[in-house]
Design a protein around this ligand. Structure first.
Ligand SMILES: Nc1ncnc2c1ncn2[C@@H]1O[C@H](COP(=O)(O)OP(=O)(O)OP(=O)(O)O)[C@@H](O)[C@H]1O
Length: 241
């Protein structure tokens, strides 16, 4: 069981954003995806969620070829994501932001509200229920976007830079939440982050992209020991403590 890219290439005109990328997100685990600016991380997430079609290769969900599925099809099949910007409905309160997603997934309104309330409670942010989304502080907006992605019990959750702009304490709390999403809800998570320390603290397995290619994959120790990773981030011949 996995959500996987199989030898995927993505070209934008003549520009090859991804080339021969193979990776798999497994249920109940948090996988990290790191790499310098422009490495192709967001393009990977877009391809794994139907926002971008692969030019070559395949996207597989539990073994099925879903390369041609549209984004709403991925969501209905249990693949949820968050965006770099929260993308909440500013005019609605927090509960309705979640409930709308449930209704969009085919739930009745009352069931959607019930699930929304449960998720906010599970995350410890029930106090936000009736707050208008437009007025939320940045960190709360991020947390609500994650809560909304949990509607409909997805099997996979792809998080695109969820800790951007957070303090160290807020990022540590977020790390705890992501661990709980995987361990308590059994969801397979893919975490894209510029905060490499956060990724290494949360993820058992990390994939490193550079120039649209996978240059390293492995556990924390393998990533820290990799010359290819050091070179991609800091240039050749730089010692990193
Ligand atoms: N729609 C597009 N059209 C043309 N080029 C694109 C498009 N989307 C992404 N690219 C290019 O593809 C490359 C990979 O972009 P992507 O956003 O996936 O990288 P990233 O690793 O997420 O970068 P960052 O860390 O800066 O967000 C970049 O050079 C980017 O400019």
């Amino acid at each position: 069981m996995s959500l996987a890219l199989e030898n995927v290439g993505v070209a934008f005109g003549g520009f090859q954003a991804l080339a021969g990328v193979t990776l798999a997100v497994e249920p109940g685990q948090v996988m990290g995806l790191i790499g310098p600016n422009g490495a192709g991380k967001t393009t990977c997430v877009n391809t794994l969620t139907g926002f971008q079609r692969p030019t070559t290769g395949r996207v597989r969900l539990e073994g099925r070829d879903v390369s041609a599925l549209a984004a709403h099809g991925f969501r209905r099949e249990g693949v949820a994501r968050t965006f770099q910007a929260g993308r909440l409905f500013g005019g609605l309160d927090v509960l309705d932001n979640l409930a709308c997603t449930g209704v969009g997934l085919g739930q009745r309104r009352a069931a959607a509200e019930h699930e929304a309330s449960d998720i906010l409670g599970w995350m410890g942010i029930s106090d936000l229920e009736s707050r208008p989304a437009a007025g939320l502080p940045y960190t709360d907006e991020r947390r609500v976007a994650i809560a909304r992605a949990l509607m409909g019990a997805p099997r996979y959750l792809l998080l695109d830079e969820p800790a951007a702009g957070m303090s160290e304490k807020e990022a540590a709390d977020l790390a705890d939440l992501i661990r709980r999403i995987a361990s308590e809800r059994g969801i397979g998570c893919l975490l894209i982050e510029h905060n490499v320390g956060l990724v290494l603290s949360v993820c058992a397995h990390v994939v490193v992209l550079d120039g649209g290619r996978v240059i390293e994959a492995g556990d924390r120790a393998a990533i820290l020991a990799s010359d290819a990773v050091r070179e991609a981030y800091f240039g050749a011949n730089v010692e990193v403590a």
